[in-house]
Write a protein that binds this ligand. Structure first.
Ligand SMILES: [Zn+2]
Length: 312
């Protein structure tokens, strides 16, 4: 029954990579995996109904959602930064953010597709007490929005409103898009020359989708300390940082993608990429490259892990 499902937990605050993901926060690869799964599952379907019991999840009353959504077709599913966009017919769009504990589950007679925070690990008992919005399609399949802390949202916009909302966010380029070049990164580093490099690459106005996990991994791979002032990063180091961001995110998306077809009832285990993490949250442990000790430091309120011997 569960032959089409994904598990997208990602570790934040975990010391041991094999267990215990106490604060999973979906990053770009996880959201991209949800996007790919949903695209396959719902593109072309028609919406028939909507219900919600949590008014902050929506930007209009549920009754209005019902009216607007009824009969609308799913034209496309996209991702922008860590948000999902479902394009509907007649110029409507649903903009989703899963925040810390949001989960999207699609279920039809044959499939159970789970993406986001691992609240519900199967489709068996849906809707559950964590289900706060349900999209029903004309073929009687459902998309459930589950959220423990209820910070996630699904907002409904007309095209021009959506464009305005996205413009306001001042998001930088997607890391896997053509606009994200070494030159672009170098110029951004010069503009923020006194900020620490980790903060600069995590700043969504510079480039989106590089969160705590992937910034640690990127800087380790590039051999650059997370607290280096951005203005002191040399061009060849910037090139290595740029290439690492792209390579690591691509590998993470690929790893998440591999868990797509075989997830059944994981006990909250993160996607396959966590097995490839080299430095994130490994402070106090041996560096896998030089056997020295991985250290940690606070940067902008976040814990950065790095190897003082491998990163300069
Ligand atoms: Zn090392």
């Amino acid at each position: 029954m569960y032959d089409l499902a994904i598990d997208l937990s990602s570790g934040e605050g975990n010391d041991n990579h094999s267990v215990c993901y106490n604060l999973p926060m979906p990053e770009l690869p996880e959201v991209e995996t949800v996007k790919r799964g949903l695209e396959k599952a719902i593109k072309g379907k028609k919406l028939a109904d909507f219900e919600s019991d949590w008014h902050k999840m929506t930007n209009k009353p549920a009754k209005q959602y019902q009216k607007i959504l009824k009969g609308k077709q799913i034209l496309d599913v996209r991702r922008r930064s860590k948000m999902l966009i479902i394009d509907l017919s007649a110029g409507w769009h649903i903009l989703f953010h899963l925040k810390m504990t949001g989960q999207l589950v699609y279920r039809d007679k044959k499939h159970c597709l789970i993406g986001g925070h691992p609240i519900e690990k199967s489709c068996a008992n849906l809707p559950s007490k964590f289900t706060h919005a349900i999209f029903t399609f004309s073929d009687k399949s459902h998309l459930y929005f589950n959220d423990v802390r209820k910070f996630g949202w699904a907002r409904l916009y007309k095209s021009e409103e959506l464009a305005r909302v996205l413009t306001k966010l001042k998001l930088g380029p997607e890391p896997l898009a053509r606009e994200f070049t070494v030159d672009y990164l170098l110029k951004a580093l010069q503009r923020r020359s006194r900020s620490k490099i980790k903060q600069v690459i995590m700043n969504p106005e510079i480039v989106v989708g590089v969160g705590n996990i992937y910034s640690d991994e990127t800087l380790f791979s590039a051999g650059v300390r997370p607290d280096r002032p951005a203005g002191k990063v040399k061009p060849d180091e910037a090139r290595r940082i740029h290439d690492s961001i792209i390579r690591i995110l691509k590998a993470a998306i690929k790893a998440q993608g591999t868990s797509f077809s075989n997830y059944v009832n994981s006990n909250g285990e993160a996607g396959a990429y966590t097995k490839q993490l080299k430095v994130y949250q490994r402070y106090g442990k041996k560096c896998c490259r030089c056997r020295g000790t991985v250290r940690k430091m606070k940067i902008g309120g976040r814990t950065a892990s790095f190897c003082p011997k491998c990163q300069h």
